[in-house]
Each structure stands twice: as structure tokens, then as C-alpha cells.
Design a protein around this ligand. Structure first.
Ligand SMILES: Nc1ncnc2c1ncn2[C@@H]1O[C@H](COP(=O)(O)OP(=O)(O)OP(=O)(O)O)[C@@H](O)[C@H]1O
Length: 593
């Protein structure tokens, strides 16, 4: 079988930055609110029509009453009143609709962010191997924020402005279509201006954006590696590097704003003047008798209604492009295939028997990490895994945890294919104490419970089993002490005991320990050993340990060497293999100690 990516599935689709992708994302996120949007758009059209009526009424006022000196007060008051009313009504209507659209956008982005986060959580581990966590974070927070911008741009600026322009053009056509055509003919000049502006501003815009991402990445990197950074005395160097990037970003922003101020605004104002001059000139060409000041007034009023929205659209152009790119990135992320869910809801783990059959796995094609591995683990037994660094021990657990799919061979649990177990049954059956225990910001109790439905008694029993109870009771607030970010700091060994309690609280059939005793003292280690012995016969335990004393009681110890099964047997049996790998590992450790 040809080797593919580590998860055995096709690589992620390339990021397609086409605006179509971005618009699809918008449509998708706003789909539940389609009715509200359509209604809003309908009312925006009405508002534009009301707004377009104003200059027509004004024209009537001038041409029928003011110029011929026909001072019919009642009719004039009616006209003025209608002008004011239509203006007010248009403004109120637009305001209400834009507010409606803003809340549609807010809700859509909220939904989108939840969807993206849930989708990321459902990704196979191979996805996280090839993703940079800072970038992922930025997809979920910054890019979805940018999508909010996109809604604003598309809904408010583009749609609203286009509706206003169309309304003004329609009114002009109704008044005099030839003059309207003159105006329309000049509108492409604005495209030229946009083009010029883009050329001048796109480089600084891109640079500012890249530098901002760089600033975020620098920040995340230094937070994660703070201990290293301070111990290496690199704080000042990092601060200087950050300052340099910050300054460069500011300069790029200034350039962008300058292009805006020096090029875009004056050019659009010039266009405005050009339009007015052309229309006045167009009046001269008309074969009409008498002065039509009202018509001229109406046209000038409409030109403002055409040019202003165009200015709005162009001013937002660079932001629009950024938002489009962000949205298409979010969409690409959403298109990453999620971990497939099993359809076999009937499967359960009852015994905890495990069989690895001809297991072959590589993270990268052509670099196998596990070779044709066969192993049988009896239910309720204790299996230790030993081997030098990089021999594939954690990888074996990762496959059992379904983080990755083997390229060849299979894993059976109680005779059932591992990948076919439904998620709930799989998670209920497996407990893991990872190499680097992870605490959530919350109380000890919450850390052990991890959102599962279980009583306080159960939590305490699990903590006792994990030999964590005594030190937890010694904390200022016992089980209610806060841990994690902003809470109490506990040692790595104590974290491991909490992680063990967390795993045991779920009452698993299979317990996986990845260097769970690496950071605890010998006294506690022997207590944890007692805890593991107590599980014997009930829970299948697979433990990776560099500290081989942890494995002394194991029913069998599996020694891996460069991803191959090198030796297998009890501690005593393995110690009897003269010059054997396990024997050497034990001797080396004895020497170290
Ligand atoms: N996520 C990954 N992506 C690519 N290669 C990986 C990944 N994780 C591990 N490897 C590689 O696979 C090999 C086996 O690593 P693994 O972590 O399974 O070894 P280990 O025996 O658990 O080592 P240690 O005792 O140091 O924890 C190593 O060569 C390692 O570089």
C-alpha cells in the first residue's frame, strides 16, 4: 500500500483565497437568518427609493413654484413637508435595517466561531502536527473577527451603497436618461482611481498585515517558552525584536493611511467636480428652451448620491480584501476533513483485551516509526513498555488513543476494530495519564471531573486510589483549591497524580500511562505502584516508563528498539537474557542512580 500522510487520508485542501470562497462562507454562516436578511434588504430598497424621491420633489418645487413665481403656499408647504418626511423616513428605515444587519452579522460570526472551534476539536492529531498553534488561534479569533468586518463591508457598504447608487441612477434616468448616461459614462473613472489607489496601498497593507501576524506569533512564542527565554537571558533581545517589528508595522500603517489621504480622497473629489462640470456642459447640449434650474439641482443632488457611496466602497477596499482573505482561510479550515465517527453504536469495551496485529506506522511517508508490530495484551494485565528515546513507545500509545491511523495492520479491542468503537464507548473505556499533565483553570474537583457526570465521592475515591488525596487535603481549600492559570501552582509530580486521579475517576477498562512516574519521588512512586497493583485483574494497564522500577511488577514488559519489538517477558525473564537490551537499560539506570 502506498504511504500517504500520517492519518492515512489526503492532505489538506490548499487555501483558496478566491472571493467566491469567502462569500460562500458568509452565505453559509448567515443561512439561518436568510429571512431577516431578505427583509432587511427589501427595506433598504424602500429607503433608497424614499431617498431618491427628495431631489425630484425639490426639482418640482423650483421649476413649478420658485422660478415661475407661482407661490401656492399650500402646495409648496406640502412639497417641503414631503421632502422632509421622505428624508427622515429613509434615514430611520436605513438605521433600523443596518442595526438589524449588524445583529445578523454578530450572531453569524458567533455561530461561525463556535463552528470553527468545534471543528478544530474534531480534527485528527495529524492535523495539529502540521498546524502551528499560534496560526490556529489566529484563525479562530482574528480571522473570524475579520469575517465580522466582511459582513459589515458586504452588507452595509457594498449592498447599501449599491442600492443607493442604483436608486439615484434610476431617478436620474426618469428625469432625463441622456444626462444619466453621461453620469454613468464617467463612473468607470472611479475604477481607475481604485486601481491607482490599490497599487499604491496594497504593498503597505500586505506588509502591515504580515507584520501584525508576526507580532502575535512572537508574543505567543515567548509566552510558551518564558522559562527558556529568561534562563538564557534573552529577554532584552526578544523585547528589541518585538519593538522592531512593532515599528515596522506602524510605518506600514502610516504609508497605507498616507495613500488614503493623498490619493484616494482628492482623486474622488476631483471625480465629483468632473461629473458636475460634465452635467452642466450636458445641459448646454440639450435642445431645450427655458431654464431648468430644478432639473440641474436634482442632478447635482443625485451626483452626490452616486459619488459618496462610491467613495465609501473604495475607502473600504483594502479592508475588504483582507477580510476576504481571512474568510477564505476560515472556510479552508472548515473544509479540513474531521475525524470520521463510527457508525457502530452497539460496540462496547467490556474486558479490555488488546491485540496489535502487524502494525506499521509512519508520521512521514518513507520514515516508518513502528515496523510490523504484533502484541497481545490480556485483559486486566499490566504491560510495561521500555526502550530508548525515540524507539516508538509514545507512538504506540498514540495509535491506541486513535490519534493516528496505522498505515498497515490493525488494533483490536475485545476483538473489535479500534476505529469502529463509537466515541462515547471509546472514551469511557480509555484513561490516559500523559507525559505532560495538563491542568485546566478551575478547582481540583473540576480538574478531576473534566466535565463528566460524577459525584464528589467518586472524585475523592479516585484521588485516594491515585494517592493524591493527602496532598490535595493539605492545599488551602482542599478539593476546592483553584489550579491552572491564575490558580495555585503545583509541582509536576503532583500534576501527574491529579492526572492519574482524573483517569481513574472515569473507571476505565484500559489505563495508559506515558511516563506517569517520571516526576514523582520514590515514596510516592511505590504508592502509585500499589495503586496499579490494586487495579490488577480489573483494568488493563499499559505503562511507558524510563524509570524501569515502575515496571518491575508488570505481567510482561515489551522492549522496543527502533520501532521493532526487540524483547518481551517479565522483568526476571528479561534480566536473564545476557547482553539483552532490557538488561542493559536496567544496568545503565543503576549506574546513573
Ligand atoms: N508528531 C510527530 N510527527 C513526526 N514525527 C514524530 C512525531 N512524534 C514522534 N515522532 C518521531 O517518531 C519517533 C518515535 O517517537 P516516540 O515519541 O514514539 O518515541 P518514544 O520512544 O516515546 O520516545 P521518548 O522516550 O523520548 O518519549 C521519533 O523518531 C520521533 O522523532
Amino acid at each position: 500500500m502506498p504511504e500517504t500522510a500520517a492519518d492515512g487520508r489526503k492532505a489538506a485542501p490548499g487555501t483558496d483565497h478566491s472571493p467566491r470562497e469567502a462569500l460562500k462562507l458568509l452565505a453559509q454562516a448567515a443561512a439561518p437568518e436568510r429571512r431577516g436578511l431578505v427583509k432587511g434588504l427589501g427595506w433598504l430598497v424602500v429607503a433608497a427609493a424614499l431617498e431618491a424621491i427628495g431631489p425630484i420633489l425639490g426639482k418640482h418645487f423650483i421649476d413649478v413654484h420658485v422660478l415661475p413665481r407661482q407661490f401656492d403656499l399650500a402646495a409648496m408647504a406640502l412639497l417641503l413637508g414631503a421632502m422632509l418626511l421622505s428624508g427622515w423616513a429613509a434615514s430611520l428605515l436605513r438605521y433600523a435595517q443596518l442595526r438589524r444587519m449588524a445583529s445578523v452579522a454578530r450572531r453569524s460570526v458567533l455561530r461561525l466561531r463556535e463552528q470553527v472551534y468545534a471543528h478544530v476539536l474534531a480534527q485528527p492529531m495529524a492535523f495539529f502536527d502540521r498546524s502551528i498553534s499560534g496560526q490556529l488561534l489566529s484563525r479562530i479569533t482574528n480571522d473570524t473577527d475579520a469575517v465580522n468586518n466582511l459582513y459589515r463591508q458586504v452588507l452595509f457598504v457594498m449592498l447599501d451603497s449599491s442600492i443607493v447608487v442604483l436608486g439615484a441612477l434610476a431617478a436620474m434616468a426618469w428625469l432625463d436618461w441622456r444626462l444619466m448616461l453621461i453620469v454613468v459614462a464617467l463612473v468607470p473613472a472611479s475604477s481607475g482611481i481604485i486601481w491607482l489607489y490599490q497599487r499604491a496601498s496594497s504593498e503597505p497593507v500586505q506588509r502591515a498585515r504580515a507584520l501584525r501576524a508576526d507580532l502575535n506569533a512572537q508574543m505567543a512564542e515567548s509566552m510558551a517558552g518564558m522559562a527558556m527565554l529568561q534562563s538564557a537571558g534573552a529577554s532584552q533581545r526578544f523585547a528589541a525584536r518585538y519593538e522592531a517589528a512593532n515599528q515596522a508595522q506602524l510605518q506600514a500603517r502610516v504609508l497605507e493611511l498616507r495613500a488614503n489621504a493623498w490619493l484616494l480622497r482628492p482623486a474622488l473629489d476631483l471625480l465629483n467636480v468632473l461629473l458636475i462640470v460634465t452635467v452642466i456642459y450636458g445641459f448646454g447640449l440639450r435642445e431645450v428652451s427655458g431654464i431648468e434650474v430644478g432639473l440641474l439641482y436634482a442632478f447635482l443632488a443625485y451626483i452626490a448620491r452616486v459619488v459618496e457611496p462610491l467613495i465609501q466602497i473604495t475607502m473600504q477596499f483594502s479592508q475588504l480584501q483582507q477580510a476576504l482573505v481571512a474568510a477564505s482561510r476560515v472556510r479552508a479550515l472548515l473544509q479540513e476533513p474531521a475525524e470520521p465517527r463510527s457508525q457502530r453504536a452497539d460496540l462496547r469495551v467490556t474486558q479490555g483485551a488488546i491485540r496489535f496485529e502487524h502494525l506499521q506506522f509512519s508520521y512521514k511517508p518513507g520514515q516508518p516509526v513502528l515496523h510490523d508490530l504484533d502484541l497481545e495484551v490480556a485483559p486486566g494485565s499490566f504491560v510495561g513498555i521500555a526502550g530508548h528515546t525515540g524507539s516508538g513507545k509514545s507512538t504506540l500509545l498514540a495509535l491506541l488513543l486513535r490519534f493516528y491511523q496505522p498505515q498497515q495492520g490493525r488494533i483490536l479491542v475485545d476483538g473489535q476494530a479500534l476505529e469502529q468503537l463509537p466515541d462515547e464507548a471509546f472514551h469511557a473505556a480509555l484513561g490516559l495519564v500523559p507525559q505532560e499533565p495538563y491542568l485546566i483553570a478551575g478547582t481540583v474537583r473540576e480538574n478531576i471531573r473534566m466535565g463528566r457526570a460524577m459525584s464528589d465521592d467518586r472524585i475523592e475515591a479516585a484521588a485516594r486510589d491515585a494517592r493524591a488525596h493527602d496532598f490535595l487535603m493539605a492545599l488551602p481549600n482542599g478539593y476546592d483549591s483553584r489550579l491552572g492559570d491564575g490558580g495555585l501552582a503545583v509541582s509536576t509530580g503532583q500534576k501527574q497524580l491529579i492526572a492519574l486521579a482524573r483517569a481513574l475517576a472515569g473507571d476505565p477498562r484500559i489505563l495508559l500511562l506515558d511516563e506517569a512516574t517520571a516526576n514523582i519521588d520514590s515514596a510516592t512512586e511505590s504508592q502509585v505502584g500499589d495503586a496499579l497493583r490494586a487495579l490488577h485483574g480489573r483494568v488493563t494497564v499499559i505503562a511507558i516508563a524510563h524509570r524501569l522500577s515502575t515496571l518491575r511488577d508488570a505481567d510482561q514488559i515489551v522492549v522496543l528498539n527502533h520501532g521493532r519489538l526487540a524483547e518481551r517477558g517479565t522483568h526476571d525473564a528479561l534480566m536473564r537474557i545476557d547482553g539483552g537490551l532490557y538488561q542493559r537499560l536496567v544496568q545503565l539506570q543503576a549506574l546513573e542512580e
